[in-house]
Design a protein around this ligand. Structure first.
Ligand SMILES: C[S@@+](CC[C@H](N)C(=O)[O-])C[C@H]1O[C@@H](n2cnc3c(N)ncnc32)[C@H](O)[C@@H]1O
Length: 521
C-alpha cells in the first residue's frame, strides 16, 4: 500500500521520508545506525535496474533523427538531441556509435558548420566507422578542410580575481574587494565547481560541467544516461563520482526524481562520493584531514580535489528546534546509504564494514548542508559555486547577481571600495527597497535563519516608496533618459550612480540602477 502510494508521488524519496516521519510522530531515530537498521528493502519501490547500452535502441533513435531531418530539417534542436540519444545508447567501440557521429557530422556539413562537422568526423574515425562508408566520410572531411576559412584566433580572456575571503563574528565569511570597482563593473565571474543537470537535458548538456552542447557530446563508456563535452570532463566525472554512479544510475533517477529542489541531495551525494574515493585512495590521509577541516574554510585555498572537504568544513546548521527536519535528513541519509553504497558493487565491501559510522556521519552532514551548498538558480542545472556561496546579504546591497547560462557573475550596483565587503540581496528579485524592516528581517529569519546585521537595518534606511523626489537628481535622471543612443545612456547612468552614491538611498538612484541593468544585463 505504502509502496503504491509513494510510487505515485512525484518524489519517492521525500514521499517515503514523509510517511516515515508521520509513522514515528516526527521523532528522529536515536542514532543514524538505528535509522539505517529500521529501513528495510521491501519498503522502497526502486527497481534496481541497470542502465545498459543497447545497439537496437541506438539504431531506432538514429533512424528517428534521420527521418526527422528529412521531413523537418528546421527542427535542428530536436534532431541533434535524437542523434545524441542514439550516441549515448550505442555500445563503446560499436559501429552504431561511429554511425551516430558520422550522421551528426553530415548535419553540420549541410548547415555549413565545418568545425563542428570536423569534430564529429574525428569522433567517427576514432570509433569503429564501417569500412564501406569510410570513403564518403573522408571526402566530407576533405571538403570541410578546403571550405574552412581561417578564423582569427580569439584572445583568451583573463579572469583575474580581485577579491579575498574575510571573516567577521556577526556574519561569518564574506567576500571582500581588493580593489575599487566602479558601478557596472564585473566583480566576479565564476563557473560552477560541481553540477547536477536536470533529467530533461541529459542529451543536450555535459553531465559534468553542465555546459549546453548539442554538437559534439560523447557518451559515458558504460551507461546510457550521461554525456560529456570533452574527454577531460568524462575522465574527471568518472574519477570523482561517476564510477560509483554508473551502475546505479536508474536507481538514482528514482531516488532524486521530483522537483528541482530534490537535486540538491544528488549534488551532495556527488560530494560524498569524493569522500568515498578519498577513503579508497588513502584512508589515513582522509581521516587526518577530516579531523581538522579548518584548513579548507577558505574557498580560495581549495582546489577541485578538496571541494568535499571545503563543504564539510562549514559550520553545521542548528537542528535542535527542527526535529522533523532532522528525522527527514536521517531517513534520507539511511536511504541513500543503502542504495548508493550497500547495494552498489563498485564500492568495496571492506570499506563499508570498517567505516560505516564515519560514512553515515559524513553523508548526514552533507545532507544537512544541502540547502546552503546547492544553488538552484541557473536554468536546467543545480550548481555549487564556492565563491558566490561566501557572499553575505544586505538589505542595501552594493552588488547584484547575474546569471549567464551556467556562469555566475556579480556586478557592482554601487561603487565598491577596496576593503569593503561585496553584498547582495538574498530576496528573489534582488531588492528589499519597499519591504518594511520588520517584515524583511522576519523573512530572512524564516528562510535563511539569521538576524540581519546589514547597514540598511542598523542605520534604519528609509523605505524608497515613503521618500520624496530629490528635484536635482530627478531632473538629471530625466535628461539622461532622453538620450537616444543606448550606449551613451548607459555610460551616463553609470556615471550618475557613481557620482551621487553619497546620497544613497534615493529613489532616483534605485531607478537609475534599474535602467542601467535593463540595458546592460
Ligand atoms: C550564503 S552564506 C554566506 C557565507 C557565510 N557567511 C559563511 O561563512 O559561510 C549565508 C549565511 O551567512 C550569514 N549572513 C549572511 N548575511 C548576513 C547578514 N546580513 N547578517 C548576519 N548574517 C549574515 C548567515 O549565517 C547566513 O546563513
Amino acid at each position: 500500500m505504502i509502496q503504491q502510494m509513494v510510487q505515485q508521488l512525484s518524489c519517492p524519496s521525500f514521499g517515503l521520508a514523509t510517511s516515515w516521519i508521520i509513522s514515528r510522530k516526527a521523532v528522529p531515530a536515536d542514532s543514524l545506525g538505528e535509522a539505517l537498521s529500521l529501513l528495510k528493502r521491501e519498503v522502497w519501490p526502486f527497481p534496481k535496474t541497470l542502465s545498459r547500452k543497447d545497439s537496437t535502441v541506438a539504431k531506432v533513435k538514429r533512424e528517428q533523427a534521420n527521418e526527422t531531418y528529412r521531413k523537418t530539417p528546421s527542427e535542428l534542436g530536436k534532431i541533434l538531441e535524437l542523434y545524441n540519444e542514439a550516441i549515448c545508447w550505442a555500445p563503446e567501440g560499436s559501429e552504431e556509435l561511429a554511425m551516430g557521429y558520422g550522421n551528426r557530422s553530415a548535419i553540420f556539413f549541410n548547415g555549413k558548420q565545418y568545425r563542428r562537422c570536423l569534430a564529429n568526423i574525428e569522433l567517427a574515425k576514432g570509433s569503429n566507422y564501417p569500412e564501406g562508408k569510410l570513403d564518403k566520410l573522408l571526402e566530407r572531411e576533405k571538403k570541410c578542410l578546403n571550405l574552412l576559412e581561417k578564423e582569427p584566433k580569439l584572445n583568451e580572456v583573463e579572469d583575474k580575481l580581485f577579491l579575498e575571503v574575510t571573516e567577521t563574528s556577526h556574519s561569518g565569511r564574506g567576500l571582500t574587494a581588493k580593489m575599487d570597482f566602479l558601478v557596472g563593473e564585473i566583480v566576479l565571474h565564476e563557473n560552477p565547481s560541481l553540477v547536477v543537470i536536470e533529467p530533461e537535458v541529459t542529451f543536450t548538456r555535459c553531465n559534468h560541467c553542465g555546459r549546453r552542447n548539442e554538437y559534439d557530446l560523447i557518451p559515458c563508456k558504460t551507461c546510457s544516461s550521461a554525456m560529456y563535452c570533452s574527454e577531460q570532463c568524462r575522465k574527471e566525472a568518472f574519477t570523482k563520482y561517476h564510477r560509483f554512479e554508473c551502475e546505479i544510475v536508474e536507481d538514482l533517477k528514482n531516488l532524486f526524481k521530483g522537483p528541482k529542489t530534490t537535486r540538491m541531495f544528488q549534488l551532495t551525494l556527488r560530494l560524498f562520493w569524493m569522500v568515498v574515493a578519498d577513503l579508497i585512495a588513502d584512508r589515513d590521509q582522509f581521516l587526518k584531514r577530516y579531523a581538522d577541516l579548518s584548513a579548507y574554510r577558505n574557498p580560495l585555498q581549495i582546489d577541485k580535489s578538496t571541494l568535499h572537504l571545503h563543504v564539510l568544513a562549514d559550520n553545521l546548521p542548528d537542528m535542535s528546534a527542527d526535529q522533523t527536519g532532522k528525522g527527514v535528513t536521517q531517513f534520507l541519509t539511511a536511504l541513500t546509504y543503502k542504495l548508493a553504497l550497500e547495494e552498489n558493487d563498485s564500492v568495496p565491501r571492506e570499506l563499508l564494514n570498517e567505516h560505516q559510522d564515519l560514512l553515515l556521519e559524513v553523508l548526514f552532514r552533507l545532507a544537512l548542508q544541502a540547502r546552503l551548498v546547492c544553488d538552484q538558480s541557473p536554468a536546467d542545472i543545480s550548481c555549487l559555486f564556492p565563491l558566490f556561496r561566501m557572499v553575505n546579504h544586505s538589505c542595501a546591497p552594493n552588488a547584484e547577481r547575474v546569471l549567464n547560462g551556467e556562469r555566475s557573475m556579480l556586478v557592482a550596483k554601487r561603487p565598491i571600495r577596496a576593503g569593503e565587503q561585496v553584498l547582495v540581496c538574498y530576496f528573489p528579485n534582488g531588492t528589499t527597497d519597499s519591504v518594511p524592516k520588520d517584515k524583511r528581517r522576519a523573512q530572512l529569519q524564516r528562510e535563511f535563519k539569521f538576524d540581519c546585521q546589514c547597514l540598511g537595518c542598523s542605520l534604519d534606511y528609509p523605505l524608497l516608496n515613503a521618500m520624496d523626489d530629490h528635484p536635482e537628481l530627478r531632473t538629471e535622471l530625466e535628461q539622461i533618459q532622453s538620450e537616444a543612443d543606448s550606449g551613451k545612456r548607459l555610460r551616463l547612468l553609470a556615471n550618475f550612480l557613481q557620482r551621487h552614491d553619497d546620497q544613497h538611498p534615493r529613489k532616483e538612484l534605485s531607478e537609475a540602477w534599474r535602467l542601467f541593468r535593463d540595458i546592460k544585463i
